[in-house]
Design a protein around this ligand. Structure first.
Ligand code: GDP
Length: 299
């Protein structure tokens, strides 16, 4: 998995290579530290975390002097920044009474929500879980079609309604089907229109309420496109106001030079990145682990 992550991050590990090069210079002077800061900022790590990393690293190199390898110290400081203590387990199981876990997928259209729903279903099925998908993105005409194709590919049932149906009613039906057929997990794909914040809040709130008339939502995954940088942070804020997000999926990390957004968005929401999207294929979704991520970044 690490090898794959490494290959897929080939675009983004320019950051790692750049940092390692700078740290290899004989004399770490002000100019070099400034270049290190610039690199971190370009990768969207954010101002405060960049400062923390650079200060931490400078202090360590000064205090520990020749006893510490700058590259090893950089690795450790980066891992610290990505917060290795956060609980990144996906809550895909329901309560003990046999009810399914319910995963709500939220995020702006185009971020990779439907694709991630399909890939996640595939992972769960490969772990011998029974899954139902709900196509509650009834706004985008092709979304239900796209999810149905994923359902066929992965071999799981997809619940959908006629175009323009109330998303909450599709969500309700999906969870009902999950309860009736005794599946382990229901994943509900939702629409992500950002034009109207009040509308989004109403819609997501209603979807969640209607599901919870039957059984609790166990995980709300916010899907963010890593290539959108700071814009992704604004989206994250809006969505977390609309619904309590419990985990982040960062998609399109393949080929993105913005890997630092992992740090920024976790800080912003106080919620862990749980999964990363590394391509368009069915196997291109991986659990996020800080150590593997930093190692991939540093190549
Ligand atoms: P939705 O509107 O949020 O449901 O987005 P889609 O699932 O339709 O995805 C939008 C586009 O992004 C599609 O072309 C996907 O194949 C692509 N996509 C999704 N996830 C990834 C990823 O991790 N990497 C890359 N390179 N493309 C992705």
């Amino acid at each position: 998995r690490l090898v794959r992550l490494r290959q897929r991050l080939a675009g983004s590990n320019a950051l790692g290579r750049g940092l390692l090069n700078l740290l290899s210079t004989d004399k770490l002077d002000e100019d070099t530290w400034e270049s290190i800061e610039d690199l971190l900022l370009t990768a969207d790590i954010g101002v405060a975390p960049t400062q923390e990393l650079v200060d931490g690293l400078r202090t360590r190199l000064r205090v520990e002097g020749g006893k510490v390898d700058p590259k090893a110290a950089l690795r450790e400081e980066l891992i610290k920044l990505v917060d290795p203590d956060m609980d990144r387990r996906l809550q895909v199981s329901g309560a003990d009474d046999g009810a399914p876990g319910v995963v709500l997928m939220v995020g702006v259209n185009g971020t990779g929500k439907t694709t991630t729903t399909g890939k996640l279903a595939r992972i769960l099925v490969s772990e011998d879980r029974k899954v139902v998908l709900g196509a509650a993105d009834t706004f985008r005409a092709a979304a239900a079609e796209q999810l149905t194709t994923w359902g066929e590919r992965v071999g799981v049932e997809v619940i959908r309604g006629p175009e323009g149906t109330d998303p909450a009613s599709v969500a309700f039906d999906s969870v009902k089907e999950g309860l009736d057929t005794g599946v382990d997990t229901v994943i509900v794909d939702t629409a992500g229109r950002l034009q109207n914040k009040a509308g989004l809040m109403d819609e997501l709130g209603k979807v969640k309420r209607v599901i919870e008339k039957q059984t609790p939502v166990t995980e709300v995954l916010l899907v963010l496109d890593a290539t959108t940088g700071q814009n992704g942070l604004i989206q994250a804020r809006v969505f977390s106001e609309a619904v309590a997000v419990s985990g982040i999926v960062l998609t399109k990390l393949d080929g993105s030079a913005k890997g630092g957004i992992v740090v920024a968005v976790q800080r912003e929401l106080g919620v862990p990145v749980k999964l990363v999207g590394l391509g368009e294929g069915p196997d291109d979704l991986a659990p996020f682990t800080p150590e593997a991520f930093v190692d991939a970044l540093l190549g």
